[in-house]
Write a protein that binds this ligand. Sequence first.
Ligand code: TNX
Length: 597
Amino acid sequence: MSAAPEPLDPPQLADLPAPPEAAPAPEAETAARADDAAQAAGRTAGELARAAERKAAALLAPPAPTRLGDVVPAPERIEPDATADYLLAADAVIRVSADPAAVAVAGQLAALLRPATGYPLPVTDAATPVPSGGIALDLSGEAALGAEGYRLDITTDGVRIAAGTAAGLFHGVQTLRQLLPAAVESATPATERWVLPGGSILDRPRYPHRGAMLDVARHFFGVTDVLRVIDHLARYKLNRLHLHLTDDQGWRIAIDSWPRLATVGGAGAVGEAPGGYYTRADYQRIVAYAADRHITVIPEIDLPGHTHAALTAYGELAPDRVAPPPYTGTEVGFSYVDPASERTYDFVADVLGEIAALTPGRWLHIGGDEAFKVPAEVYAAFVERVQHIVAGLGREVIGWHQIAPAAHADRRILQWWGTTGEDPVTTEAVRRGARLILSPGNHAYLDMKYAPDTPIGHDWAGLIDVRRAYDWDPASHLAGVPAEAVLGVEAPLWTESVTTLAEIEFMLFPRLPAIAELGWSPRSTHDWGAFRERLALHGTRWAAAGIAYHRCPELPWPATPPVPAPRRPSPGAEPAEPPPVSRSGEPPVRPGTTPPS
Ligand code: TNX
């Protein structure tokens, strides 16, 4: 078995070094002794006096509107302290360790908080950042927090986030954001007391792979849409964006050595929708934006099937050497590049080589699904050659679980999308060393409808309401697969019927946070009743951020979200807040989409 997920020994908050505490205010002491004590704690008497003032102000303030436990995904450990609520003041400073990656996170935090608070929130670096009435981001190298964990302490004197990595600080910032009043999501200054609930959180992910997939091939989504999806992933501590870049209906990335793939193969989409493709610069912009949010892009070139768009551009790759006309329908399984032609392997090597050169991440996804017309032995031999090409590029292979029968390749990963709880072929591949990402079609496929009347989406894997998205355990999902072979979870969004950003958001929210929680939170926190309460509170945040979401009946949405939604909800969504935006008009009906009943 190759590397197992990061070990999870259960640390206690007490196991970790305590944050540097401010010395308690020396009440009945002389000024000189107070100064000595203050200096011992690295603070002047004036600073201590201000800390005491802040403590008094916080005690007089109304309690924080958000509870420390209202975080999604649920943190590993929470210790609330009702006496320690913190009021963010207009003159608060963000102090951060003098490390470029940490300073970048501090800049992101300031950029998150400035629009709604209207506070300047200057960022300054320090050898050992302490809150001093503001927010400290401390890259302290606490090894027990792992590659992505963080510790958050909220006291009347400020907030301290400590982590061993910038990714950990970034995740801590997402938690901090969720603990502020929902109006923090507003793009314009809001009148609000920015009170945070006191206490401590210790948090680390259950799995190293927590992803979402966006199909940009069936319908094309431009760079700004993808960047916004990346923001959504970041909020919920996901760390992988899998881009399904090629399919029968469109090829979406420029390849210099095979230019017609994008210009010809990228021209169309499902139905009448416009095509499009990412230039190299576009793709690099997406990769860099994701990396700034500690998210790795996993590009997928689907092979040998789902390649009709490539064949329209280069007939030489087709078994009959004839370039077919474009395909705009939604059938699957009919196309393939010729596995018997050496030219096909030139194509694969050139394409994967160019993509690898643009992609800093370790993984190349080679698809492998639904190549129904390729005989089994030919298919396995093809996959083995492609695995070899990927290894030659210094990268690790991910493929849909159909690649299981092919010989093992070092560190290869299978992405399970079946709808049953067992599959001997996949189990056998795991026995030979493969590891798994779980995307069970009947729980994690966000292109499935929520309910029979959902205006867009499929139902071949069943209806997936929030409870169904949430109620499964990645560790025991596939019979015969040991828990150590599971790297994590991923929620794919196929876009045969999804045509706009609002529709993407409508399918992601509120289900994406459910999958995110399965990937991040310890199993001991798993509790549908508590989750639905916590998640429903986020509707107010999504409305404030202008995110379209489905107000599905299974969640206890707050009756009157206090923050108005600036954007029109997507078709089928209940209005996010009164006064309602008109739900005029029928949801769009497109080729390949079942009209709503
Ligand atoms: C199956 S899942 C597919 C996709 C479709 C999806 C629709 C997988 C690896 N292949 O080609 O878009 O179903 O739900």
